[in-house]
Write a protein that binds this ligand. Structure first.
Ligand code: DP6
Length: 330
């Protein structure tokens, strides 16, 4: 009753921002993302009759409180599906800093969903896994499959039509890159979950977000299929700015941008002035991610690394599907 899974993180090109059901994690809008080959979570789960409670370790540290509760609740969903009530030992490792705006909850809940269902003796379809992962963290629904995924918001109350579908596999666009610039690895003060709920509740711009997101989905979906960075980049950049505008206009306002983030975004704009095709996106944290093509990637990485306050940069391509592996963490 033991299994280990590895899942890549993903970064949205059209963001998920707002829930219509907080408990089932159903979104108000669909979203599209790229999985990243260099950022992943490995998780081992073992269900055992000798345990009196779930035992959870992340990056070598035992976790307690809210964080542990969220993992246990997710294991609870798997136990319920199987009609099993064994507790589990869970160990998870990220190869990047968690909760710093690098979508750690996406790879974490995707890996946990796959490892836990395999350990308990289930072989779920990709669609079922995406629905399960979604209930741990919305963005995790997009980390079950590699390449490019669209999480369809769905309309059903039970969430059975709210899952991610692959738009194109990992191999589809060999030249596309996403450069992740890590500006600070401090855990963020306002978690995406709380920020999202507050924005839906009181940002005057939230309505405009919803009104324009369908068009963005269409542009991003078709530009991925056509492999056109000239169409994809500007739309993804604007979509991220629109999401952050809704956050900045909620009360109390939320601003994930640090001075280094603004400097990096301006540097990307300057690169374009200099004839380099580069576009930025940002999530619930200070890190800036830069979309570009392989030919320009090294040049962009060098310029980005030279800015003040950059801890490191990670050059990513599209990642592969979440999968089980033999070698466990214990
Ligand atoms: C800004 O998936 O972390 O990264 O569903 O509450 O766990 P919960 O939220 P989460 O939110 C991600 C928000 C985002 C945009 C995105 O990834 O689409």
């Amino acid at each position: 009753m033991k299994s280990t899974a590895i899942a890549n993180s993903n970064i949205a090109l059209v963001k998920y921002w707002g829930k219509r059901d907080e408990k089932l994690i159903l979104p108000t809008n669909s979203s599209i993302s790229m999985t990243l080959d260099k950022l992943h979570t490995t998780t081992t789960v073992e269900f055992s009759p000798s345990l009196k409670e779930d035992q959870i370790k992340i990056d070598g540290k035992k976790i307690l409180g809210e964080e542990a509760k969220r993992v246990s609740q997710h294991l609870g969903l798997v136990r319920k599906m199987k009609g099993e009530n064994l507790f589990a030992r869970v160990e998870s490792e990220n190869n990047f800093p968690k909760a710093a705006g690098l979508a750690s909850s996406a790879s974490a809940f995707a890996a946990l969903s796959l490892a836990a269902t395999k350990a308990i003796g289930f072989a779920l379809s990709r669609r079922e896994l995406s629905i399960l992962a979604r209930q741990g963290s919305g963005s995790a629904s997009r980390s079950i499959q590699g390449g490019y995924n669209e999480w369809m918001k769905g309309t059903k109350e039970d969430g059975s039509d709210s899952y991610s579908k692959q738009i194109a596999p990992q191999s589809h666009w060999q030249e596309l890159r996403m450069l992740v610039t890590v500006l600070t690895t401090k855990e963020k003060k306002v978690k995406s979950r709380a920020g999202m709920a507050q924005t839906v509740a009181n940002s005057p711009l939230y309505k405009a977000w919803l009104e324009t997101v369908e068009k963005d989905l269409e542009t991003v979906r078709s530009s991925i299929l056509e492999k056109s960075l000239f169409r994809l980049g500007p739309c993804a950049e604007l979509n991220a700015l629109k999401m952050h505008s809704t956050m900045m206009t909620t009360q109390p306002h939320i601003m994930y941008w640090e001075p280094e983030s603004i400097a990096m975004m301006k540097e990307v704009m300057q690169m374009r002035e200099d004839g380099i095709s580069a576009y930025f996106t940002m999530d619930g944290g200070p890190q800036v991610k830069i979309l570009c093509l392989e030919n320009d990637a090294k040049k962009i990485q060098k310029r980005a690394s030279e800015l003040k306050g950059v801890e490191k940069t990670i050059l990513c391509s599209a990642g592969e599907d979440a999968k089980t592996i033999e070698k466990g963490l214990f």
